[in-house]
Write a protein that binds this ligand. Structure first.
Ligand SMILES: [Zn+2]
Ligand SMILES: [Zn+2]
Length: 586
């Protein structure tokens, strides 16, 4: 395309916006539709519509008449569209996003503009927050509540703030869908693929691959699934659907004979697959989801992924390591893969909450649940006094809790050891929330940041370094304080913290809560490279949440962690910082 010509996407966006603004103004329906249909045609056109219009040929496209063609010419020649500029001057563009909110529509959006001066979602949010919505005719309290919920998920420009979803949300959803598909007659295999199979902490969408001869039957079953809200797009062997949870799922189907090729391809990563294709090209072969084409043109298909790698002279890399970090070179040699951490390797954990602070179960119930998982120990780590809003304990209540822990230990008759632990706040000024006296009474101490996380990086890092340096602190809990979908990492210099932790023997936590997953796998890898050791915790606030460690284990695997890199694969004493001034074991 010659320089400067507007792309089809840009033209289509201009038509769409013009249609939306006209609709807000109450223009007759057919004018609005004319722009929307035109936008769809332009977007789908195979060649440059700007060039076609300049040559007078754009009217050969359905739905593009002389009026729309003239507007494309105008946009191509002047870079602007007068009709659009005028409409923008009459109606604030931000109202388009407002009108798209559920329960609003163009009429109500204009009413909000006329009555409250709302010009976009940010104004609307302020109007909802201050209760001014009631001043607009037809806006009840329920509309306001529904809006508040929708607005919470939007960025300032009215588009969804973060389309990425936590592994802890996406994986159970994908597994449930896969289980349903496996029930279908004709389905031989169904597997999670894509970034989710590689254990990414957050994903844009979910990939599922299915082995079946008849894709149509698989898609019919998919569309019947209660998880699925609507179909987004489809092809002969592929279907994309939106789930009610707002997670996009793409299902691809291959005949069983080449399921391995599809699974390998759909697992990625893109960088891994590019490298794999480069290796194949050197032999004069090519690799795709359909199979491996040899130099003589023969197509080589595989029912299993191992077959695909073996055909290329490679051992199958663990999915979590397929990020083009040298894994294919290793796959070509005979250095064994690291024995990555498994859930079964964990012998206990020391970060769970009970009704003493903000948990929903007693010490005894948490202990029972942990014993049922086969754990040798469980550390009760309720919040410290500073975290009053989460029921932080006073020193007095800590001592009373210790009595209860001893009673539960007696009742458990050796089936599990319940430990006196704490999740102690690191205060805003870097001091610890408990004094040395009390600290010496705990078995294992986790120190966490819960406040002043938005401070400059050096300040937050200094607070963590101070906690690492304390002989009382054994573990740093959720080291960066991130909350997925709410706030990013605090600006922690994780390499410095990890170096210090490696020197003192302080452990760094991978917190398995789906909204945390903190450390993330990149940071956990940095920590391991610095020589630090990790601990994987559920941070459970109820017995079922002990399960969540499976997500933390996935993060650890992606970081390349083996059982030996994770302290709670050993006895609980391995979690105590060397030289910690502690009470004698009873
Ligand atoms: Zn915490
Ligand atoms: Zn916690």
């Amino acid at each position: 395309m010659p320089d400067g010509l507007p792309s089809n996407g840009r033209i289509a966006a201009a038509f769409d916006l013009l249609g939306d603004l006209l609709e807000l103004e109450g223009a007759v329906r057919h004018r609005v539709l004319a722009y929307r249909r035109g936008a769809a045609r332009v977007r789908a056109a195979g060649e440059s519509v700007a060039r076609m219009a300049l040559e007078g040929r754009a009217t050969s496209l359905p739905d593009i008449g002389p009026t729309l063609q003239a507007k494309v010419v105008e946009l191509a020649e002047t870079g602007t569209m007068a009709a659009l500029d005028k409409a923008r001057a009459r109606v604030p563009e931000g109202l388009v996003a407002v009108a798209r909110l559920e329960g609003i529509g163009p009429k109500r959006a204009m009413a909000l503009h006329t009555h409250l001066g709302v010009r976009g979602t940010a104004d609307l949010r302020a109007a909802v927050d201050t209760g001014r919505l009631a001043d607009v005719p037809g806006m009840g309290r329920r509309t306001a509540e529904a809006l508040a919920a929708q607005l919470a998920g939007l960025g300032p420009d009215g588009v969804s703030a973060d389309q990425r979803v936590s592994l802890g949300v996406a994986l159970p959803l994908a597994e449930s869908l896969v289980r349903d598909l496996r029930e279908e007659p004709g389905v031989l295999r169904a597997e999670v693929a894509g970034s989710l199979r590689r254990g990414r902490e957050t994903v844009h969408d979910v990939d599922v691959v299915v082995a079946a001869e008849d894709p149509a039957a698989v898609f019919a079953a998919l569309e019947r699934s209660l998880l699925v809200e609507r179909v987004l797009s489809g092809g002969e062997a592929r279907r994309a659907v939106m789930t009610h949870r707002g997670v996009r799922v793409e299902v691809a189907v291959a005949p069983p004979a080449r399921f391995g090729n599809l699974l390998q391809h759909a697992t990625g990563s893109a960088a891994h697959n590019v490298r794999l294709r480069e290796m194949a090209v050197r032999r004069g072969w090519s690799v795709s989801e359909h199979g491996i084409t040899r130099e003589d043109g023969a197509l080589d298909v595989h029912a299993d992924e191992d077959g695909v790698y073996a055909a290329l002279g490679l051992r199958t890399p663990p999915p979590e390591l397929r990020e083009d970090r040298g894994e294919l070179a290793q796959a070509a040699g005979d250095v064994p893969w690291p024995d990555l951490l498994r859930v079964e390797d964990l012998r206990g954990e020391v970060h769970v909450h009970t009704t003493w602070s903000d948990g929903t179960a007693s010490v005894a119930r948490m202990a029972e649940a942990a014993a049922a998982r086969g754990y040798a120990y469980l550390g009760i780590a309720d919040h410290s006094q500073n975290l009053a809003m989460a029921g932080g304990l006073s020193a007095d209540r800590v001592r009373r809790q210790w009595e209860e822990i001893e009673a539960v230990n007696a009742a458990m008759e050796g089936r599990i050891r319940v430990l006196r632990c704490t999740e102690m706040d690191i205060l805003a000024d870097g001091r610890l929330d408990w004094d040395d006296d009390l600290l010496a009474g705990f078995d294992v101490v986790t120190a966490s940041l819960h406040s002043a996380l938005g401070r400059p990086g050096p300040e937050v890092t200094a607070r963590l370094l101070e906690a690492v340096a304390s002989p009382h602190v054994d573990i740093i809990g959720h080291p960066t304080g991130r909350m997925l979908e709410r706030r990013g990492h605090a600006a922690v210099d994780i390499a410095r913290v990890a170096e210090a932790a490696a020197a003192t023997g302080t452990l760094l936590e991978i917190n398995s809560q789906p909204r945390r997953l903190d450390l993330d796998s990149d940071m956990a890898r940095i920590a391991l490279e610095a020589g630090a050791c990790l601990v994987v915790s559920s941070d459970a606030h109820n017995p079922d949440a002990l399960e969540l460690v499976r997500f933390g284990v996935i993060v650890a695997r992606r970081a390349g962690a083996r059982a030996a890199d994770v302290a709670n694969t050993g006895p609980w004493e391995a979690l105590v910082c060397p030289g910690a001034p502690r009470r004698a074991a009873p």
